[in-house]
Design a protein around this ligand. Structure first.
Ligand SMILES: [Fe+2]
Ligand SMILES: [Fe+2]
Length: 312
């Protein structure tokens, strides 16, 4: 039997032919919706967007065709940058969802490389890419959305504070994408609990950086920087974070970036128990009430990243 994978409707460009067949899922059956070579009209895409489940399915055997399609559109300078950003981001959300469902983390880590490189490439070509990538939508807080958003912020902030080599950015991109990977070993009841955690639950939750480090343990391909993003992203500048209570200068610079972007994303994203804050309110809160937690230089740089976004 054929296998299928899911793609988001908004990862397709209206009126351009696709190189793969599109299917919809009806009563647990995959039904051909559009053949390769046909074009999807804009109003059809809009129709789909309004449904609760805005996805299509593509045959597993045509995965490479879909990847090539995305790559071509994202690099097509004839398309407006914002549209290219939408395609990159929307195609990546489904990919990250898959990565996070992949039982073998080594496979997921490896499969994430290409995606992070596409982001680095796009940010390199497009001066306003951060604005386009981040300004697109406000999401509900799903782990995979959160992880990708944190990763995008980290790449933006990281490049502003001087990480410029592809190797560094790739480490930062992947380290931040997998920063919460240890939550795999925290029970789902705790992860999904609506409301404050009790002491016992909190103690388990706080083990996720150590669980994460253990998960990465056997992977030769993972750099120390990636390990630090996973293990040190809840350390804080004053030295009262966890698990090691490291102080500012002892925390890996990339983990400091993840810590900041992680908090910023959590504050500005809608969750079941709170309303999202505006970017400026979130930054003000971080600067005034949470100041001791973050590297002050990074906090300043985050302002400039977000200010640039607003200005464009
Ligand atoms: Fe975390
Ligand atoms: Fe997080």
């Amino acid at each position: 039997m054929d296998k299928y994978f899911q793609i988001r409707v908004n990862s397709l460009i209206p009126d351009r032919p696709t190189s793969f067949d599109l299917f919809v899922l009806i009563n647990k059956h995959y039904v051909l919706y559009m053949r390769a070579g046909d074009r999807l009209k804009e109003d059809k895409i809009k129709n789909f967007e309004n449904r609760a489940n805005d996805v299509f399915f593509v045959k597993e055997s045509e995965r490479q065709l879909y990847k090539d399609y995305v790559h071509t559109q994202v690099n097509d300078s004839n398309l407006p940058a914002v549209q290219r950003a939408i395609i990159l981001r929307e195609s990546s959300y489904s990919l990250v969802e898959e990565l996070f469902e992949q039982p073998d983390v080594n496979v997921a880590l490896n499969d994430s490389k290409q995606m992070i490189h596409q982001f680095i490439e796009f940010m390199d070509q497009e001066p306003d890419s951060m604005a386009h990538l981040i300004g697109l939508s406000s999401h509900d807080f799903y782990t995979y959305n959160h992880s990708l958003d944190v990763s995008i912020y980290c790449l933006g902030l990281g490049s502003v504070v001087g990480f410029s080599s592809v190797q560094d950015l790739a480490d930062l991109g992947r380290g931040s994408l997998f920063h919460d990977i240890g939550k795999r070993h925290v029970s789902a009841d705790i992860i999904c609990k609506k409301g404050p955690l009790d002491d016992v639950e909190w103690a388990q939750m706080k083990r996720h950086p150590a669980y994460g480090l253990r998960i990465l343990h056997d992977n030769q391909d993972v750099s120390d920087a990636i390990r630090a993003c996973v293990f040190e992203h809840h350390e804080n500048h004053m030295g009262n974070g966890y698990p090691q209570e490291l102080k500012g200068p002892d925390i890996h610079p990339m983990a400091r970036i993840v810590a900041l972007c992680d908090t910023y994303d959590a504050l500005t994203t809608k969750r079941s128990y709170n309303e999202p804050m505006s970017p400026s309110n979130a930054l003000t809160l971080m600067k005034d009430k949470l100041a001791g937690r973050f590297d002050p230089e990074l906090l300043k740089a985050m302002y400039s990243v977000l200010f640039k976004m607003k200005a464009s």
